[in-house]
Design a protein around this ligand. Structure first.
Ligand SMILES: CC(C)(COP(=O)(O)OP(=O)(O)OC[C@H]1O[C@@H](n2cnc3c(N)ncnc32)[C@H](O)[C@@H]1OP(=O)(O)O)[C@@H](O)C(=O)NCCC(=O)NCCS
Length: 445
């Protein structure tokens, strides 16, 4: 333990564990719906994904896992020499295709059950007994005849037996759902897994819907990963997508995400399952690895413009008067407005924060974080802090510092530690106001 490198490793672990703790607490008892696409059920990494699911269950998260089976179905169809027909981007499920699909989906389902049952000594969840529950949770109806095409056994979700799912979850089981539904007349219908996942999430008002995909989440025109989208932004994106969706796996999931968010799901995550530990990184760390669609449509977080100056001044004046924030003149705000982000609700600025990068020192400052009294306890501060951290990192900083007189605890609870004011960049030290006796807190990014 006296070896500095081993101490360093230990501290890395302790630091990591402390940072994950708020997420572990926040997720306990919540319901997450996870879709695993058909391709991943063929992937060697499936084993790791399943172990991460078992770990999440052991942390008290209620999990419903919906799996696809497309490659399995395609292989089965091929081996039987069947010729699938498509219309409007959908496969027409005739009786022969349905039989092939039932077999293939059954095989994929059994494989997942087997992996979840794995208790062997060399698996990360050795000794943990994971119960899996399946059942006739989905009632389906036929898509019917559209534009003269009879889709036969291709169906859509009609009803979800939420009560039955809840019972299994409360009993501690992971609920495993296949993309098949049953009609009250006893027929079987083939469904799309991403649609089933979104329908369950919507019916259950799940805290999260997670799509695990063979791709990097949602990227912009330059190919850069989009970390967060408001529902409004997701809508704009969806309206640019080609129709019918057909095999556009990502497009289908964006549309389903919007549906789920509108029906009461708080967050949808689209993540790249090829990244090792993607689920854990996305759900238990601040930055995540995929795209998060945030259902809080009533407010939006955005870069401030000159038109926001009046709103920002109104917000910060009382806090300046109480000494929580340092005084800023209108002129100073005007020159520094590009550093600010604001949270806007119903046209009013309800929170703001500024980020100033000091690239030479690989540092960045978070300043003027303020949330209107009426909007406290609504995650505004947390979201602005997250955004500042991400922007600071993009600007080359590896640490974010803040000077505060009254909110040191708020920052400490978010991973900041107290530091001496000598860590401040040179020019900031010159401006340090000794009279205010602000505390300096810093956090690694
Ligand atoms: C700090 C601030 C931005 C947090 O706003 P917020 O994101 O809305 O945070 P919330 O009000 O939701 O609070 C979340 C939790 O932090 C706690 N908290 C809020 N302000 C706190 C403070 N000053 N010190 C310690 N804890 C604080 C709340 O009690 C709450 O915890 P609880 O739900 O367990 O009781 C807001 O309190 C504020 O505007 N403060 C004045 C300005 C300021 O001091 N800014 C920092 C200097 S840059």
């Amino acid at each position: 333990m006296n070896d500095p490198s081993s101490r360093c490793k230990t501290m890395g672990f302790v630091d990591w564990f402390r940072r994950a703790a708020p997420y572990i607490n926040a997720h306990r008892g919540r319901t997450f719906i996870i879709e695993i696409d058909g391709e991943s059920t063929e992937d060697p990494q499936l084993r790791d994904i399943v172990h991460d699911l078992a770990l999440m269950r052991s942390l008290g998260i209620h999990l419903v896992v919906v799996h696809g089976a497309r490659p399995w179905i395609e292989q089965r169809i091929k081996s039987l020499g069947l010729e699938p027909r498509y219309a409007g981007g959908l496969c027409i499920t005739d009786i022969a295709i349905l039989d092939a699909a039932k077999e293939a989906i059954g095989a994929a389902h059994v494989q997942l059950e087997a992996l979840l049952s794995m208790g062997v000594a060399n698996s990360p969840m050795a000794g943990a007994k994971v119960r899996v529950a399946s059942g006739n949770f989905i009632t389906a109806r036929p898509i019917g005849i559209r534009d003269g095409v009879d889709y036969e056994h291709t169906g859509e979700v009609r009803r979800i037996d939420v009560e039955a799912i809840r019972q299994r979850l409360s009993a501690g089981a992971i609920v495993l759902v296949s993309p098949l539904g049953y009609s009250p007349t006893g027929e079987v219908f083939s469904l799309r897994a991403e649609v089933v996942a979104a329908a369950i999430a919507a019916e259950m008002h799940a805290a999260k819907l997670v799509y695990l995909l063979d791709g990097p989440g949602i990227v912009d025109r330059q190919g850069t990963l989009v970390r967060e989208l408001t529902l409004e932004q997701a809508n704009t994106l969806a309206s640019d997508l080609p129709r019918p969706a057909g095999a556009d796996e990502l497009g289908n999931r964006i549309r389903q995400s919007i549906h789920a968010c509108r029906s009461g799901v708080s967050r949808v995550h689209v993540i790249d399952r090829r990244i090792e530990g993607a689920l854990l990184l996305e759900l238990f760390s601040r930055d995540g690895v995929g795209t998060m669609i945030n259902a809080d449509t009533y407010d939006s977080i955005r870069r401030a413009t000159i038109d926001d100056i009046g709103g920002i001044l109104e917000l910060i004046r009382p806090l300046e008067e109480s000494g929580a924030l340092v005084r800023r003149s209108r002129e100073r705000l005007e020159t520094e407005i590009a550093h600010f982000n604001v949270v806007e609700r119903d046209g009013a600025v309800v929170a703001c924060a500024a980020m100033y990068p000091y690239p030479e020192e690989s540092l960045a400052e978070l300043a003027c974080l303020a949330v209107d009294d009426a909007y406290r306890r609504g995650q505004c501060g947390e979201r602005l802090l997250d955004l500042a951290g991400r922007e600071a990192r993009s600007a080359g900083a590896d640490r974010l510092f803040v000077l505060t007189t009254q909110a040191a605890h708020w920052f400490r609870e978010r991973g900041f530690i107290e530091a001496d004011h000598s860590i401040l960049p040179g020019e900031r030290q010159d401006l340090y106001n000794l009279q205010r006796r602000s505390r300096v807190l810093v956090r690694a990014l």
